[in-house]
Design a protein around this ligand. Structure first.
Ligand SMILES: *Cc1c(COP(=O)(O)O)cnc(C)c1O
Length: 463
């Protein structure tokens, strides 16, 4: 029987099988708006299929950002996708939930007046850091003006290991950035070196609870004590802002005795990412000030066009409310115990993985997960492969691990970092170890491999 010839343009009806439709046989317009509509199913499948080529978020050990939430949280988020956080007069309950979260965090971080604190939600820690940075700049300017001093040369002191948001802050707001370099074996700020960079134009010092480079905590208490001495001697009032993007949701649960937060008098503000270890899908951060007086009034705008008088301090105006609702879901659902259990599991798995990688032979740890559930390693000596080659090979089986060089002073050090988050099991950790062994065995069987004393037993390197 001859094939029946079909005019494709004629039969694009509801009955056409998805992958039989003309839309799947033609290029999709990439950079131009299509002239006409397509059925929702076709649009869905086209986009869904395109996204398959993205990495698998479970195997993404590069990101700090949440990749797994409970179905009930997802449901709540889906029910509230239509809520704009800024419409506080229209959605008073969403606004109330935001207030609850702010006070919960202030309390968790030992704010002396947690019931009367001030803070806000943001799109993430970057926006939170901008707001905290501005508050420091405004406070410094006020102090200097009162003394009749010049206010045109503000500077901010930090370690070179800061996240890029602080470089952005300094550039966008015209502030001199003063960075303490790293040294061999020290990958975070040194309080002594930081103090040397301070002068009367210093608007503040940044302490990082959980360095992005290695996951290590900076010595916030020592920083506080050093500033206490300096401020006393000079009559300056240089504050600390703690960038606790990750650690703000880790330390209170698994290092409860660590003193890093508002218990320290010079800590005036703290930020954290709700979407990192706050365990919410991306788009939420938080910033809290120790006291209302630490946030200058003239940074707060009052708008009346939504009905009511609404104070706002944010870079964005409209913003999704669903992440804030999901944050409150986690607080209510997990409580202290739930957060503690999840973060402890992450740390246990992290330290297990770090230990296994250390004993493989060619690698040496820079950090092992005792602070954030994050660890980093480097090569002990150069072999016939680099860490870039290793991570590229691991990508064949879907693992996403970043290899990068450290900043100035240690630019020659290449490290790999793994961030362990909720959703990563010990079982997955063992699969990763097996894949690293396979990669090492591959490099060992290349003709340019030089024996280094590392002996490959059953696919593993041991000294
Ligand atoms: C992730 C991170 C940031 C930026 O946070 P976002 O929530 O991604 O905007 C800032 N500082 C530190 C220390 C971080 O780890």
């Amino acid at each position: 029987m001859p094939l029946r010839k079909i005019d494709k343009n004629q039969y694009d009806t509801l009955l056409t099988p998805t992958y039989g439709s003309r839309l799947f046989d033609e290029p999709v317009p990439k950079y131009k708006l299509p002239e006409s509509e397509m059925p929702p199913r076709a649009a869905y499948d086209l986009i869904h299929d395109q996204l398959i080529l993205d990495g698998n978020s479970k195997l993404n050990l590069a990101t700090f950002v949440t990749t797994w939430m409970e179905p009930e949280a997802k449901q709540l988020m889906a029910e509230t996708f239509d809520k704009n956080m800024v419409d506080k007069d229209e959605y008073p309950q969403t606004a109330d939930i935001e207030e609850r979260c702010i006070h919960i965090l202030a309390d968790l971080w030992h704010c002396p007046a947690a019931q009367d604190t001030i803070g806000c939600s943001t799109t993430g820690s970057s926006e939170a850091c901008m707001l905290a940075g501005m508050a420091m700049k405004w406070q410094w300017r006020k102090r200097m003006s009162q003394q009749g001093k010049a206010t045109d040369k503000p500077n901010l002191v930090m370690g070179i290991n800061v996240q890029v948001c602080w470089e952005k802050f300094c550039r966008y707001w015209d502030i001199e950035m003063r960075q303490v370099p790293m040294e061999q074996g020290r990958y975070t700020i040194s309080p002594d070196e930081a103090i040397k960079l301070c002068d009367e134009n210093t608007i503040g010092v940044i302490g990082i609870l959980g360095s992005t480079f290695t996951g290590e905590y900076e010595p916030i208490k020592q920083l506080n004590d050093a500033l206490e001495r300096l401020n006393k001697k000079t009559n300056w009032e240089i504050p600390i802002h703690v960038d606790a993007a990750s650690g703000g949701f880790i330390a209170p649960f698994i290092q409860p005795d660590l003193v890093w937060d508002f218990q320290l008098p010079w800590v005036k503000s703290i930020n954290a990412s709700g979407h990192k270890y706050g365990l919410v899908y991306p788009g939420v951060g938080w910033v809290i000030w120790r006291d209302r007086s630490d946030l200058p009034e003239d940074l707060i705008f009052n708008v009346n066009y939504l009905g009511g008088q609404m104070p706002t301090f944010a870079l964005n105006f409209s913003r999704p409310g669903s992440q804030i609702i999901a944050q409150y879901y986690n607080f209510l659902r997990l409580g202290r115990d739930g957060y503690q259990r999840i973060q402890q599991n992450c740390q246990d798995i992290c330290m297990y993985l770090a230990e296994r990688i250390q004993t493989m032979g060619p690698f040496e740890l820079l950090s092992n997960g005792t602070d954030l559930p994050v660890f980093t390693w480097k090569m002990k000596q150069s072999l016939n492969f680099s860490l870039f080659d290793l991570t590229e090979r691991l990508r064949y089986s879907g693992w996403l691990l970043p290899a990068y060089t450290l900043p100035d002073n240690l630019q020659d050090t290449i490290v790999v970092r793994a961030v362990i988050r909720e959703g990563f099991s010990r079982e997955l950790a063992d699969l990763l170890i097996a894949d690293i062994h396979r990669a090492l065995s591959h490099f060992k069987h290349q003709s340019d491999y030089k024996a280094t004393g590392a002996d490959d037993g059953e696919g593993s390197f041991h000294h």
